[in-house]
Design a protein around this ligand. Structure first.
Ligand code: C5P
Length: 224
């Protein structure tokens, strides 16, 4: 079974996806980390990552490898390196490359063929797995998302003004929605969950309830 979770930045997708996967015994796929890995690879190769033509050759040979929750590229564990602010900044440019997006979809579908999956990103239910058995779209008010992000930063010892975080989130929403390829789109058949005022446990409990219902319906229809 494939479960997709899409939605805007800081809507709580990764925590919810990780927890849902653990509860169901499914594999969790963080597609954002894969895009971040491509940005890191481009930076290390000295490629001008704002130029799609330069990214094309990289896309063809790009093969990050997951080992559990750790991400490797050419044998090196890059799980933490992909979280750096420069990689975050470069990722949105790299993610605009149509060739790279094609390659990512190929790699992600390859993983989806081998196991039950909870996959999370911007385009999983709309483009990569249009026939996924269960699709979610997580949203939250930008102010709520900014509060959560600011709290994450504070927990890491970084004091960033809430208003600045809000501006960055609004900017990212605009960029995500207007991208020429891979724009954030809500799949028409996705269950929309607004996470405003809900704890992550409540969000995951609701998702698990919906998934279990679908699983029961699917196995019933297989028996009929
Ligand atoms: O989810 P995360 O913030 O780690 O994603 C990093 C960036 O990768 C996003 O801002 C977006 O530009 C890109 N991305 C994407 N498609 C996905 C996942 C992430 O374009 N499926």
């Amino acid at each position: 079974m494939i479960i997709t979770i899409d939605g805007p930045a800081a809507a709580g997708k990764s925590t919810a996806a990780r927890m849902l996967a653990a509860r169901l015994g499914f594999r969790y796929l963080d597609t954002g980390a894969m895009y971040r890995a491509a940005a890191l690879a481009a930076m290390r190769a000295g490629i001008d990552w704002k130029d799609p033509a330069q990214l094309e050759p990289l896309a063809g040979r790009f093969r990050p490898e997951w080992q559990g929750s750790r991400l490797f590229l050419d044998g090196e564990d890059i799980t933490d390196a992909v979280r750096s602010p420069d990689v975050t900044e470069a990722t949105r440019f790299v993610a605009d490359s149509p060739k790279l997006r094609e390659r990512m979809a190929e790699l992600q579908r390859e993983i989806g063929r081998t196991c039950d999956l909870v996959t999370e990103g911007r385009d999983q239910g709309s483009l990569v797995f249009p026939h996924a058995e269960c699709k979610f779209f997580l949203t939250a008010d930008p102010r709520e998302r900014a509060k959560r992000r600011a709290a994450d930063y504070a927990a890491q010892g970084k004091a960033i003004a809430w208003e600045d975080v809000l501006q960055a989130i609004l900017e990212r929403d605009r960029a995500d929605a207007s991208r020429p390829v891979g724009a954030l789109r809500r799949p028409p058949d996705a269950v929309v969950i607004s996470t405003d005022g809900l704890t992550v446990e409540e969000v995951v409990a609701e998702m698990e309830r919906i998934v279990r219902e679908r699983q029961a319906r699917l196995s019933q229809s297989q028996r009929d």
